[in-house]
Design a protein around this ligand. Structure first.
Ligand SMILES: [Zn+2]
Length: 250
């Protein structure tokens, strides 16, 4: 038995955590079942973000022996299974393949996810409100906050504050910490009622001077890379909850 690395999922080394800018890499198929294409493909090394924390999985391709296999999703179990487009050929175990991500989708998701962190940090600093839910698609996202009372002109005030933090071009850094050290950081778990992960190592995403939280997603390197954020709507979701919808403005 070999000890599992903290950046492994099952037998797959996750390259997306080490370098979120990586878009192409060489790897080998560890497992697949060409007779059952829907079972998915396990790689030894993968930069496909598998989905989680509100960020949807990456799309992309595997290139091998002149063949293109499109990857359209993932299935997370003991291993990380990449799901192919229906009808696409499945490389058998042992095949050397070149992985490549859909750059526009991933880069837009990194900007969107990072924009949500700026929103979350700004709302927490101004109102002390915890997150109760959230979701994103490329370029669009929503986040729910426990915020019983909202001040007048909330939407515009918040949009201005978020864009000021983006223009400040704060560095965004992800790092792994031992769980005890991570949990000692104040307010590290920003989602209301969320239990800390059941792992000895936690991944922390730090927007310098604005927001630190436990997070498994992919982010841009500084807030300016998010670009302008437009707050499209603030909705009431029950007595306590306010849903804030954002869109990247370009
Ligand atoms: Zn996040």
């Amino acid at each position: 038995m070999t000890a599992q690395r903290y950046d492994d999922h099952g037998r797959t080394q996750r390259l997306d955590w080490a370098d979120p800018t990586l878009r192409e890499w060489e790897c080998t198929v560890l497992w697949s079942d060409p007779a059952d294409p829907e079972a998915g493909i396990v790689l030894d090394r993968s930069a496909f973000y598998p989905g989680g924390g509100g960020q949807p999985p990456d799309h992309g391709v595997l290139l091998w022996q002149g063949v293109v296999t499109r990857i359209v999703g993932t299935r997370k179990a003991d291993d990380l299974f990449l799901l192919t487009a229906p009808g696409d050929p499945v490389p058998p175990a042992g095949t050397a393949v070149r992985g490549a991500l859909d750059d526009e989708r991933r880069t837009t998701l990194m900007r969107t996810h990072s924009g949500l962190h700026v929103l979350c940090g700004t709302v927490f600093r101004a109102y002390g409100a915890l997150v109760t839910g959230g979701n994103m698609e490329p370029g669009e996202a929503r986040m729910d906050f426990n915020l019983p009372d909202i001040p007048p002109n909330f939407k515009q005030t918040l949009e201005d504050a978020v864009n000021a933090e983006i223009r400040a071009d704060r560095k965004i850094v992800a790092r792994f910490l031992p769980k005890e050290e991570a949990l000692a950081i104040p307010d590290i778990i920003r989602t209301q009622a969320a239990a800390p992960p059941d792992t000895p190592i936690m991944r922390i995403v730090d927007i310098d001077g604005l927001d630190v939280q436990a997070d498994g997603g992919t982010h841009v390197a500084s807030t300016a890379q998010v670009g302008r954020v437009h707050i499209t709507k603030v909705e009431n979701k029950g007595r306590q909850n306010r849903r804030v919808r954002i869109r990247l403005a370009g």
